[in-house]
Design a protein around this ligand. Structure first.
Ligand SMILES: Nc1ncnc2c1ncn2[C@@H]1O[C@H](COP(=O)(O)OP(=O)(O)OP(=O)(O)O)[C@@H](O)[C@H]1O
Length: 228
């Protein structure tokens, strides 16, 4: 069973003559790491927004675990799919880094000691411990990216969608992120990464979906899969 399935999905923004996406058929499993690549403006971000219900298709249907996404509230989708925006500023709103990472857990009713332990682990893993009391929006681009990532990963959603997660990350931190995604993939979590970072995609993803001018041009295997 595909975790997410798009059936003949097309999408046009209001007051635009041409559809941004046309006839998209795609199935994503709840394990492994898929990458979505393509030139600027090919519709990658739009496609991910359709997958999490921020946008609705103009035609066709998106299914989450075989139920139409139209039957889910945004909150219900948010509990199944963690979404990391291209710009981390769009998802940081707490007054400290530690609160930001623990926010989703608190919201889901995790006990306080479990929240403290999980936040501590993620602060440590993403090397954010020195910034735990800092105001997230005052951090550097790469630090904000790591906070957003830790906050979305904290509740361990069944599936993750990351839009350009390596922007602002140095080589060492890209590797840490890649290792983390591979680790959660081994635990049965699926991931879709939108990225222009060729080496990150090649080293991290099992499968690459190529989007061009709003259409899927093909799916490729990567060398990352051969070495796993
Ligand atoms: N809110 C919007 N209203 C109207 N047009 C939009 C809107 N958002 C995106 N577009 C247009 O839709 C097309 C696809 O944009 P999208 O951001 O999905 O592409 P992308 O492949 O993610 O690009 P990039 O690689 O530059 O991030 C572009 O031509 C863009 O200008």
């Amino acid at each position: 069973m595909a975790f997410l399935k798009l059936n003949e999905v097309s999408f046009s923004y209001p007051r635009q003559d041409r559809p941004v996406l046309s006839g998209i058929d795609l199935a994503l499993e709840q394990e492994g790491i898929a990458a979505l690549v393509g030139p600027n403006g090919s519709g990658k971000t739009t496609l991910t927004k359709l997958m999490v219900g921020i946008l609705s298709p103009s035609a066709g249907e998106v299914y989450l675990e075989e139920r139409s996404l139209r039957n889910f509230s945004l909150a219900q989708i948010g509990r199944r799919i963690g979404y990391i925006f291209q710009n981390p500023d769009h998802q940081l709103f707490c007054s400290t880094v530690a609160e930001e990472i623990g926010f989703g857990l608190k919201h889901r009713g995790w006990p306080l000691d479990a929240i403290t332990e999980r936040v501590k682990f993620l602060l440590d893993y993403f090397e954010l411990t020195p910034y735990r009391k800092a105001f997230p929006l005052h951090l550097s681009r790469g630090e904000k990216q790591r906070v957003a990532m830790a906050a979305v990963l904290a509740p361990e959603p069944a599936f993750l969608i990351l839009d350009e997660p390596t922007v602002g990350l140095d080589l060492y931190r890209k590797k840490l992120l890649g290792d983390y995604l591979k680790k959660i993939a081994r635990l049965g979590r699926g991931t879709l990464v939108v990225s222009h970072d060729h080496s990150f995609v090649q080293n991290t993803a099992d499968r690459v979906v190529v989007l061009e001018r709003g259409r899927i041009q093909g799916c490729e295997k990567t060398k990352g899969q051969e070495t796993r």
